[in-house]
Design a protein around this ligand. Structure first.
Ligand code: SF4
Length: 383
C-alpha cells in the first residue's frame, strides 16, 4: 500500500489568528506581521573577546537560533561590534544599558538592531531624537526593552512596584518619544520574572499598540524552572496570537535556551515539528522497560532533522493506537514489539531488537522524505 508521509517544509495550521503587528526587519529576519515567530538568544561571552563571541554565535546558529544579542557594557565591547556584526551568520542586536553613546556605536557598527533599556539609560528621554535620527538613517530598528528589575524611577514611584500597567506605560511612553520624531521601526518587550505579571503586561501592550512584541520571562531561573515558566507564559500568549519573537532566559548555556524556544514553537504548531518521540509514562501494565527503550530510541535518532513522529509504547492498551497514529511506532508486549509504519504493522520483532529496528525504519523513512521532499508529497510503500 502507499501512505503519505507529509512533506518537510509544510507550514502547520496556526493555533490562533496572529495579532496584527507591523513588520520590522532585524537584519534579514522579518519580525512581526505574518513572519514566523523567531527564536533568539544572547551570548554569555565577554563581547570584546571577538573569537569567543563569534564561536558562541556559531554554536547558537547551529542550534537553531535566528537572532542573537550581545551585551555592550564597555568601550572595548562597542569597539568589537563591527567585526562581530560583519562575521556573524545571524543578525546581531547590541544590548545597551546606561550609556547612550554605545547606541550610536552599535548603529555605526552595522548591528541589525539595538536594544535600549529606557529605565537605566542616562537622560534617555533627551537622547531619543538623536537616536531616532541615527537609527532612521541607518535603517536600524530599536527594541525598547523594559525590565521589571530596572523600571523607570518615575513609574516605580507612581505604581509602587513593577506592575503590568507600569511596564506597559514605560514602554508606550518611550515609543511616543520615538514617534514624535517619526520613528516607528520599533519592537517592544516588557519582561518580568513572574509569568502572571508578564502575561498581563503583554496582553495590555498587545491591545494598546501594533508594534511587534519580543516575549521574555526575565531571570526565569535554572533550566527546569526557567523552561516551565517560559513555556507557560509564552504558551498562554502565543496561543492568543500574541508574540513575534521569543527569548527563553535560562541560567544555562544559551544553546539550551534556543532548544527550549524552538520546542515551545513546535509544541504549539507554530513551527514545523522535527523529530518527536511520543513515549508513554509507563504504568503497572507495562511489559517492557519503557524509560530505557525511549532513551535508547531518542539517543539513536539524535540529529535526525526530518519531521518524524516515533511512538514508543509499553503495552497493548494504548500502544497500538498511538503507534498507529505516528509515522513509526512500537507497541510492546509478551517479549515482542509490533513495529508500525504509518498505521500498518510491518513486522513483529523480539524485544531485544526493538531499538535497532525502530532506528533502521526511521532512517529509511528519513532518507525517503529527504529524497522526495523537494518534489511533491513523499510516499513510502509498506506491507
Ligand atoms: S501504554 Fe500501556 S504501559 Fe504505557 S502507560 Fe499506557 S497502559 Fe501503561
Amino acid at each position: 500500500m502507499t501512505v503519505q508521509l507529509g512533506m518537510p517544509g509544510v507550514r502547520p495550521e496556526p493555533i490562533a489568528r496572529r495579532r496584527k503587528s507591523r513588520q520590522i526587519m532585524v537584519g534579514n529576519v522579518p519580525v512581526g506581521g505574518d513572519a514566523p515567530v523567531s527564536v533568539q538568544s544572547m551570548t554569555t561571552t565577554v563581547t570584546s573577546d571577538i573569537n569567543a563571541t563569534l564561536q558562541q554565535i556559531a554554536e547558537l546558529t547551529a542550534s537553531g537560533c535566528q537572532i542573537v544579542r550581545v551585551a555592550v557594557p564597555s568601550k572595548d565591547d562597542a569597539d568589537a561590534l563591527p567585526i562581530i556584526a560583519k562575521k556573524s551568520q545571524i543578525p546581531v542586536i547590541a544590548d545597551i544599558h546606561f550609556q547612550p553613546r554605545y547606541v550610536f556605536a552599535a548603529i555605526d557598527a552595522g548591528c541589525a538592531a539595538v536594544r535600549v533599556n529606557p529605565g537605566n539609560i542616562k537622560k534617555f528621554d533627551d537622547k531619543v531624537g538623536e537616536i531616532a535620527r541615527a537609527a532612521q538613517a541607518a535603517g536600524t530598528p530599536i527594541r525598547i526593552g523594559v525590565n521589571a528589575g530596572s523600571l523607570d524611577q518615575r513609574l516605580l514611584e507612581k505604581y509602587g512596584k513593577a506592575t503590568p500597567e507600569a511596564l506597559v506605560e514605560s514602554a508606550l511612553w518611550e515609543c511616543s518619544l520615538f514617534e514624535e520624531h517619526g520613528f516607528r521601526d520599533i519592537k517592544i518587550s516588557v519582561k518580568h520574572h513572574d509569568p502572571v505579571v508578564m502575561i498581563k503586561a503583554y496582553r495590555q501592550l498587545a491591545a494598546a499598540c501594533d508594534y511587534p512584541l519580543h516575549l521574555g520571562v526575565t531571570e526565569a531561573g535554572p533550566t527546569f524552572q526557567g523552561t516551565i515558566k517560559s513555556s507557560v507564559a509564552f504558551g498562554a500568549l502565543l496561543a492568543e496570537g500574541i508574540g513575534d519573537t521569543i527569548r527563553v532566559s535560562l541560567s544555562a548555556p544559551p544553546a539550551e535556551e534556543v532548544k527550549v524556544g524552538n520546542a515551545i514553537l513546535e509544541s504549539l504548531g507554530l513551527r514545523e515539528r522535527g523529530l518527536e518521540i511520543v513515549s508513554c509514562p509507563s504504568c503497572g501494565r507495562a511489559q517492557v522497560d519503557v524509560y530505557t527503550l525511549a532513551e535508547e530510541v531518542t539517543a539513536g535518532l539524535d540529529g535526525l532533522e526530518v519531521p518524524l513522529r516515533v511512538a514508543v509504547m509499553g503495552c497493548v492498551v494504548n500502544g497500538p493506537g498511538e503507534a498507529r497514529d505516528a509515522d513509526l511506532g512500537v507497541a510492546s508486549g509478551n517479549g515482542k514489539g509490533q513495529i508500525f509504519v504509518k498505521g500498518e504493522v510491518v513486522k513483529t520483532v523480539p524485544e531485544s531488537r526493538i531499538v535497532e529496528t525502530l532506528i533502521e525504519e526511521a532512517m529509511r523513512l528519513a532518507e525517503q522524505m529527504q529524497a522526495e521532499g523537494a518534489s511533491g508529497e513523499p510516499t513510502v510503500s509498506v506491507g
